[in-house]
Write a protein that binds this ligand. Structure first.
Ligand code: HEC
Length: 138
């Protein structure tokens, strides 16, 4: 009788633990899936700073040639798709970084934060918008 009771408690607590971890995982996945400018900044400092000026920190040293992140972000007509294209199809000397989609979205989120013209349309328009928004005239 006691064994049955112990087994039952064990079953119950195991189920609770399983339930707990699943919802915790779902929660953290939700948070992790959001493009994060902070992550993008860290990635860019790690992977891109050898060639591009990524931010205005003191250690920013770049080769002559590659556009700074600020100029990439503020280039007129710039879009997330263009930036993604440059990351997916690298051109020499830019190496193929094998970035994951999440990493690219984070880097784009960081670039978005460098936009100085807040009137300009967002690099990546929100996806849950059912109707595409037309740019404002003028
Ligand atoms: C080895 C040097 C090097 C590294 C590392 C590098 N890039 Fe570049 N990148 C370049 C050069 C050079 C260009 C300009 C190429 C051209 O104009 O044809 C460029 C161009 C770009 C462009 C296109 C800009 C535009 O609008 O025309 C983007 C976007 C870009 N890089 C993003 C990145 C990102 C993001 C990283 C890090 C994940 C990175 N690059 C790492 C050298 C590099």
């Amino acid at each position: 009788m006691q064994t049955v009771f112990i087994r039952l408690t064990c079953l119950l607590s195991c189920a609770l633990v399983a339930l707990g971890t699943t919802s915790l995982r779902a929660f953290s996945a939700d948070v992790m899936n959001r493009p994060s400018a902070v992550e993008g900044h860290a990635l860019a400092r790690k992977l891109c700073m050898g060639c591009h000026i990524v931010d205005d920190s003191d250690d920013a040293v770049a080769q002559v040639g590659p556009p700074s992140f600020a100029s990439i972000a503020n280039k007129s007509g710039q879009t997330a798709d263009r930036i993604k294209g440059a990351m997916i199809q690298p051109h020499p000397p830019m190496p193929d970084m094998q970035l994951s989609n999440q990493e690219m979205l984070d880097i784009i989120a960081y670039l978005e934060s460098l936009r100085t013209n807040k009137q300009a349309p967002s690099l990546s328009p929100p996806k849950n918008d059912s109707k595409p928004k037309l740019p404002k005239p003028g």
